[in-house]
Design a protein around this ligand. Sequence first.
Ligand code: GLN
Ligand code: ZN
Length: 762
Amino acid sequence: MTTIHNLGFPRMGARRELKFALESYWRGESSRAALQEQGARLRQRHWQEQAGLDWVPVGDFSFYDQVLDMSFTLGHLPERVQGFHGDALDNYFRVARGRSAQAEARQGCCGAVAAGEMTKWFDTNYHYIVPEFTAATQFRLDASRLLAQLAEAGAQGVPAKPVLIGPVTYLALGKAKDGSNRLALLERLLPVYAELLETLAAHGVQWVQIDEPILVTELDADWRHAFTTAYHQLKSCRVKLLLATYFGQLQDNAYLAANLPVAGLHVDAVSDPDGVLPLLGLLPAHKVLSLGVVNGRNVWKTDLNATLDWLEPLAARLGERLWLAPSCSLLHVPVDLAQEQRLDAELKSWLAFALQKLDELRLLGRALRDGRSAVEAELAENHAALVARRTSPRVHSPAVRAAVAAITADMGRCQSPYASRAARQAALLQLPAYPTTTIGSFPQTAQIRQARSAFKAGQIDAAAYREAMRAEIARSVRAQEELGLDVLVHGEAERNDMVEYFGEQLDGYAFSQFGWVQSYGSRCVKPPILFGDIERPQAMTVTWTRFAQSLTDRPMKGMLTGPVTLLNWSFVRDDQPRAATCRQLALAMRAEVLDLERAGVRVIQIDEAALREGLPLRRAQWSQYLDWAVQAFRITANGVRDETQIHTHMCYSGINDIMAAIAAMDADVITIETSRSDMELLDAFEDFQYPNQIGPGVYDIHSPNIPAAQQMIALIKKAAERIPAERLWVNPDCGLKTRQWAEVVPALTEMVAAARALRAGS
Ligand code: GLN
Ligand code: ZN
């Protein structure tokens, strides 16, 4: 009989209950006990929702982050917070979020604590808190969190399978603060894992899921060896280990993974269906093979009939050894499709969120156990929905297909090389040296948000809403003129979000009401659902931009989100390659660029904030991704005349390794986050002999501190050591929407003063 299990459940709650409980606790408005109770209620509900599974994950719930939880379990905290005595949960948030000196003093403690560094969890949009190692790092078991949750699960009759991050992945996820070799810590780490597994065994645990997703990445000999060392040392423990890999293919790690001395292996069969048969040949005959057959990364229904066609022979061959699960933890999908009231019935019939994905698994389990006839009606319904989706005119537009087929290489080319474009643009724009600009958004004030929600609720009409937004635009144009900025922006008052704003106006996009997924801590995002061919029925930004331009003689930047970012921040269709979807987005955005140009807009910025996020986990696949991503950007940007200046913006500093792609985008100007890296990022541009203009961010918009002109002058001078001054722009690191006007005005005053001082030769 096939075993059905889950790897992890979304912890925020279908209505983001945990988010609200956390934030209320952090604001001091509710008690620790109330937060703990909310946590327990959510765990209980989520376990109930997983009823009928043979094994249910325990320990996947977290008040902030599962990697931070693991650090606490291993007694491994950053040096700067060691020796803290007080409430454990409070200390946990202190490590997660940092704490100001004032708040520390209120608790009778000592000096500010910096928040843990966060980074992307593999290729998802979830962010974890990076473990910090030094050569002196020690570990000490603290199993209290796991044991408490196990006891809770036990009391509720849950068939509990504790979930841990495995030792090798744990080391790989961290950073050595002193440049020491993290792998040298393995020897110290393993006894703590062994003790933990023994403790779990002593509490009646049979199976432990031990996550080692770095097995789907490229590993050098030392890291591969670490796997062998680790699992040989853990093999005498009395629990059975299910080694879980996900987010991609094992490829050259398949032999290693198959032969580690554990009781079972989970693989992502959605990413790698073709890898399963060869893996069977490698897998020792006593081992469990868990197949992730339901996609834990997207919102589409599984093709159950096709999955069964594929699974039935495997089930016959493997018998009891076959387990089924989602491809990865369901942390990365929304909770419950049934809550959605505004998605139409047809679209809904194509979708599955976490609860529906678990239903699919139960169904697959029944079909394998009792035969397909036992679930005939459900299978027929699934089939009908998939056929409807495959053939729906809402998904397939012949006009879009024809437009994509008609894309020529020429469309990705500029009229002239950068140097001649730059000369024409300079003649037209007449900008001073060190031209100043901002990245696009100005504060999203309470008035803006009120007007938008009143409009959405039908309390004000479209005309009133337009007037409210125009007033905000006029305010930001006036402010920029007074500040003396050179290239202005309209401020993006009318945009709720840089992806949603465009998605709402493009055909092929749908929006859920409750489709939240955790991004980090209490923060969630609601990615739009890109379900069909992308068409732009009409211009999306021209009216606002034209209005803004009418208020000033200075150049007004048109402001767009690029195709790669639209793609990477959406749930995208699984019935065609991502590259194909990206090309459709590129055509739609190219049309918008051309409309802006026709409306007299001389500078157009195409944001690609998420270009880097789309990089595949394996380096070997980077160039393929970057090729189509850059091409999509070029198709978007390059329909314009030489005189029209194209900007792009990226708000991250890790670009050294994608410099060639950035150069290939060939934007006339790139603005980029640099202030926190002290302009070191520009080394990459210098080494690459990057020929175009750069606006290295001169202050950090994430902080409420007002930067001083002197500080920015020093930064720009540093930049000028690497990039000729005539190619430098002066701008903040990113958009200003999260700041207050009271912060923005003084900060930009200082920034403009810095540019003026440099022009005057200081
Ligand atoms: N133009 C956007 C803004 O200013 C860019 C945001 C981003 O890069 N994340 O808000
Ligand atoms: Zn940015």
